[in-house]
Design a protein. Structure first.
Length: 61
């Protein structure tokens, strides 16, 4: 075992931290949900009542 008080001691890298993994997973889930909603909205547009349909993609945002 290494002596931590030794000068020049560098703690070995343990890979990606838990917080980084949390942000990666959070971003992936967010993109997946948003993408699914946009795709469903575009696919279901022809079946919606005329008042709920959007004319342009820019109005949807």
């Amino acid at each position: 075992m290494f002596d931590v008080r030794q000068p020049g001691f560098v703690e070995p890298r343990r890979g990606v931290s838990a917080l980084t993994w949390f942000f990666i997973i959070y971003a992936a889930v967010s993109v997946f949900i948003y993408g699914t909603l946009v795709v469903l909205h575009v696919l279901l547009q022809p079946h919606l009542p005329k008042t709920m349909r959007t004319r342009k993609f820019s109005e949807m945002l």
